[in-house]
Design a protein around this ligand. Structure first.
Ligand code: WTA
Length: 665
């Protein structure tokens, strides 16, 4: 394996084996602001009563080329959101890297663990990471990437991905990372929406026992992407690839003469830092845009406080950088704080279900952050897989992405955390930039299946469907946020109207989350799940309309309706009701063929992660007289709750429901 060619020299031999031993005393050690419950209440009160003073104080220690003229500009309105630190000039990479060089230059910034435990891991100090980012930034510059250009990255979880992201930020290009499990069509949709001019990719990737020819997928996508001028290819597996004359270049060739220093581009506080595509309840995925200064302050603050990170911690977030969790809590948050962040190329179950725990022991991981779906899949394996590791180094455990059920919470707490480590269940969204509601490890209450109390700066409310605030505890409603926090989404790329309609218009004066929540008798929040047509499959968001659109591309399909249903490992599974063309599904064999063909279509349109778990071929869908599909009924059938279907008298053809119930998978 030729992981990250330019890094081949910076292997473990040049850096100490114990990450903590390489730490030089830092003048400003990582310190969470909040250390006690009383601190929390004081901070919370200040964040509400004097937000400007509160956030100005928190922003102070960063490196600013020029200070802000205004801390917070505006409130939520149906038009959109506030600005933060307007007038300030900065570059986020100076804060992630340069700022640490004097005191943490020899501290490990990134530990990279490969897919295959037999391969060598890599370690990069802050100084080495700084050099690699500068070199990569120079390569991008030399190829013509300029401030404001959109660069899409479609890559495996290798150090080059982290370096490429930071290199974009260094020169003011807007990065848009596309999770490397998406299909060529999904890549093309994103590249075209962002009007990206550059793409960074690799020859191939490892995922467990599989190897995937990534460059080939990109080539297929780019046949439909006229905006792309150059593709930068990083050698990872050493596979031969097709290089498109005049368009494709190898990173290792371009990097030969690239300098090791690169001045950071001066950015405005509100300049976009990145675009990240995420699914909504309608249409195609939208490009969530985050700003530079607000996102920086928010990810740093939430990272330090939620995980109570200390200087010697080895912190591991298992999320892929293709998702927001990887952006905020694998990369930006930890590096802004000067922490050591672990990056893992593989999957939890390869070569066996003990892999996560083996990595924890190997690198003395002290803070571990993962998703309930991973926990549930590991719970299903024999307990020996976890009990055979000591896990002594662990101090804090985190969960993110979907509701964590009681059983998974207790398993995690007992067998991984040995009843010693607080569990922080962190609720947030791509749009919120960082964690919003969560326990602060060991400080504020941690209750199974509850995210807990809001972070300072976050003012959650429960609304009725009509938009009335629901007062008091022991209540349930639509979750909305009352006042802007620094990390809030600024717009949806190229289509502000969409952001307006989705987040700011439904309940004027609030940011609408799309989630339902319950506030318990002590004011702790429990997230119930989406109240819109978004489903959460293994912590990945999909719009039901997005999957229906994909299914409808199949030539056998006339119409489809997709709903989520409870799934033991994935949290929610994808249940598709499909009407097929007359004559296409007459026999059992035809049905098998058509179902397989539908799955193939979804994989081609979106990717394997959106494969329907169940497909039920039906002759009709429950529609009202005005032609609207009654998803409530389809959801109930998929959940197996056919005795409580509610009122079906408004249906055009109630008999359809009986047919659907009798044919349920
Ligand atoms: C859900 C992931 C319950 C929620 C960071 C939200 C959660 C959506 C939790 C955002 C949690 C995320 N408990 N539900 N701790 N965290 N969610 O944009 O429905 O991929 O709206 O961001 O995931 O998903 P996204």
């Amino acid at each position: 394996m030729l992981s990250t060619p330019s890094l081949r020299t910076s292997e473990a031999a040049t850096t100490p084996t114990n990450p903590a031993s390489s730490i030089m005393p830092a003048t400003v050690p990582i310190h969470p602001r909040i250390r006690t419950l009383e601190d929390y209440h004081t901070a919370y009160r200040r964040s509400v009563e004097e937000p400007d003073a509160y956030w100005a104080e928190l922003a102070e220690p960063f490196t600013w080329r020029k200070k802000w003229t205004q801390v917070r500009g505006g409130q939520f309105s149906p038009e959109g959101t506030a600005t933060w630190f307007e007038g300030a000039k900065l570059n986020i990479t100076e804060n992630c890297l340069d700022r640490h060089l004097a005191t943490r230059g020899n501290k490990l910034a990134i530990i990279w663990e490969p897919n295959d435990p037999k391969e060598r891991h890599l370690r990069l100090t802050y100084r080495e990471l700084h050099q690699e980012v500068c070199k990569f930034a120079n390569v991008l510059h030399n190829l013509g990437v300029e401030k404001g250009d959109r660069v899409c990255l479609y890559m495996p979880m290798i150090p080059s991905l982290a370096i490429a992201v930071l290199a974009c930020a260094r020169i003011g290009a807007i990065h848009s990372v596309i999770f490397a499990g998406f299909s060529a069509t999904a890549i093309a949709d994103r590249v075209n929406d962002a009007q990206a001019t550059f793409v960074v990719t690799t020859d191939g990737l490892n995922r467990g026992a599989k190897q995937i020819p990534v460059k080939r997928v990109v080539d297929e996508a780019l046949e439909h992407c006229p905006s792309v001028r150059k593709v930068l290819v990083i050698e990872h597996l050493g596979w031969p690839v097709n290089m498109h004359e005049g368009r494709d270049v190898w990173y290792h060739e371009e990097a030969k003469d690239a300098g090791k220093s690169c001045p950071a581009e001066e950015m405005d506080a509100e300049d976009p830092l990145f675009i990240l595509y995420t699914s909504g309840s309608t249409g195609k995925p939208k490009g969530v845009v985050h700003s530079t200064a607000g996102y920086m302050v928010w990810t740093d603050y939430t990272f330090r406080n939620v995980f109570q990170v200390e200087e010697n911690d080895v912190y591991w977030c298992t999320a892929d950088i293709g998702w927001v969790t990887g952006h905020s809590y694998l990369l930006y948050g930890p590096l802004l704080a000067g922490a050591t962040t672990l990056m893992f190329e593989g999957v939890p179950t390869y070569p066996d279900a003990g892999r996560f725990w083996q990595v924890c022991d190997k690198h003395s991981v002290s803070v571990f952050y993962t998703a309930p779906t991973a926990i549930r899949s590991l719970m299903a394996a024999p307990l020996d897989n976890v009990l055979s590791y000591s896990l002594d180094s662990l101090r804090v455990l985190g969960s993110v992405g979907e509701p964590i059920n009681d059983e998974a919470w207790y398993w995690y707490f007992q067998h991984v955390g040995k009843e010693r480590c607080p569990v922080v269940d962190t609720w947030w969204q791509t749009e919120t930039g960082g964690i919003m509601i969560s326990a602060l490890a060991g400080i504020t209450p941690s209750k199974p299946a509850h995210a807990g109390l809001p972070l300072p700066g976050v003012q959650p409310v429960l609304l009725t469907q009509e938009g009335q605030e629901i007062e008091g505890n022991d209540q349930e409603g639509y979750l909305a946020i009352k006042a802007p926090w620094p990390g809030v989404i600024r717009t949806t790329y190229g289509d502000h109207e969409r952001a307006r309609q989705t987040y700011f218009q439904p309940y004027p004066g609030y940011y609408f989350t799309g989630d339902g929540a319950r506030r318990d008798e002590n004011g702790l929040y429990r997230i119930i799940g989406r109240v819109d047509d978004v489903i959460n499959v293994s912590g990945h968001r999909f719009g039901t309309a997005e999957i229906e659109n994909a299914i409808n591309q199949n030539p056998h399909v006339v119409e489809s309706a997709v709903v989520g249903y409870p799934h033991d490992v994935k949290g929610q599974g994808i249940y598709a009701y499909v009407i097929c063309r007359t004559g296409d599904v007459d026999t059992e064999a035809d049905r098998h063929h058509v179902e397989a063909s539908i799955i193939e279509t979804v994989v081609a349109e979106i990717g394997k992660i959106a494969r329907p778990d169940k497909i039920q071929i039906v002759s009709g869908l429950p529609k009202t007289r005005s032609g609207k599909i009654m998803r409530r009924i389809l959801r109930k059938v998929a959940e197996g709750e056919t005795s409580s279907l509610g009122d079906t008298t408004t249906l055009l053809d109630p008999a359809v429901v009986d047919e659907i119930i009798s044919g349920k998978k």
